[in-house]
Design a protein around this ligand. Structure first.
Ligand code: UDP
Length: 253
């Protein structure tokens, strides 16, 4: 088989050239990193779960008319996606204070925010993805005013969708990060949701117990990350049938 051309390798995913122009194959690795890659581990099964979960969320977005890069899942770890020009900003939406916002503003984790708050961070590992203002974004030309308006609208629509989907299975969407890319259709550009949506990039707390079901389990050494992501997948009904954490063989009738 001909070797595929690797386009880009990130911390948790690899992008390969796709079968058609304008497509990529996105491969989900088992690698987990935190604190700007100071903490690293390989977590068995994480890639498989995130491939499924990102597929589930992106398909849901498509169903309610929110444009995104997902085309189809190819196998356990790979999905076909649209090639986009990634805008070099992490778009974070917060419903409750946590993580860096709690530290920055002295708010205790879990404080409900008066409304969803959208923040932008510059995607730059060397600088530790610093928070930037809309002024910076426009002045340095990372995105235009129109892009910013479109990104805000997209982010808030994704937040409404994700909050509802999660609440339906007893999970509170505390915050999440998305990335947004440009696609060109004839002479027009359009912004679409790209990258991934998974427990790697969301904060998910059980509504009843407050148990963390996201990457904070890894960041803060709170137990098994695979178990947490499996629980999210199980509640959403997207657990692949061949991923099981059964400890003993099960009799099939
Ligand atoms: N996030 C992410 N990638 C990043 C930074 C943040 O996916 O490089 C997500 C993170 O999982 C959380 C949200 O964005 O759901 C807000 O993260 P925060 O700014 O609180 O950063 P952290 O405390 O994780 O450093």
């Amino acid at each position: 088989m001909a070797r595929r051309k690797k386009i880009y390798e990130g911390k948790a995913k690899i992008l390969y050239e796709g079968p058609e122009p304008g497509t990529f194959v996105q491969y989900f690795k088992d690698d987990a990193t935190a604190f700007n890659a100071e903490k690293k581990a390989t977590i068995d099964g994480k890639g498989v779960l995130n491939n499924r979960l990102s597929e589930f969320f992106m398909k849901g977005l498509t169903q309610i008319g929110i444009p995104n890069h997902f085309l189809k899942r190819l196998n356990m770890r790979e999905q076909l996606i649209r090639q986009v020009e990634i805008i070099p900003l992490e778009v974070i939406v917060r419903n409750f204070a946590a993580g860096s916002m709690s530290t920055r503003l002295g708010l205790s984790e879990g404080t409900a925010l008066p409304r969803p708050i959208v923040e932008f961070c510059l995607k730059d590992d060397k600088l530790g993805d610093p928070l930037v203002s809309e002024e910076h974004i426009i002045a340095f030309g990372w995105a235009s005013q129109q892009d910013l308006d479109d990104m805000l609208a997209l982010a808030l629509r994704v937040n409404d969708f994700m909050s509802g989907v999660m609440l339906a299975v007893g999970i509170k969407l505390v915050d999440f990060k998305i990335e947004i890319g440009r696609v060109w259709e004839n002479d027009f550009q359009r912004l679409i949701v790209a990258d991934e949506i998974s427990p790697d990039s969301c904060r998910l707390w059980d509504v009843e117990t407050g148990q963390k079901l996201d990457k904070d389990v890894f960041r803060r050494d709170l137990g098994s990350l695979t178990d947490a992501y499996t629980e999210v997948a199980r509640r959403l009904g997207v657990l692949p049938s061949n991923v099981t954490h059964a400890t003993k063989p099960t009799l099939i009738n």
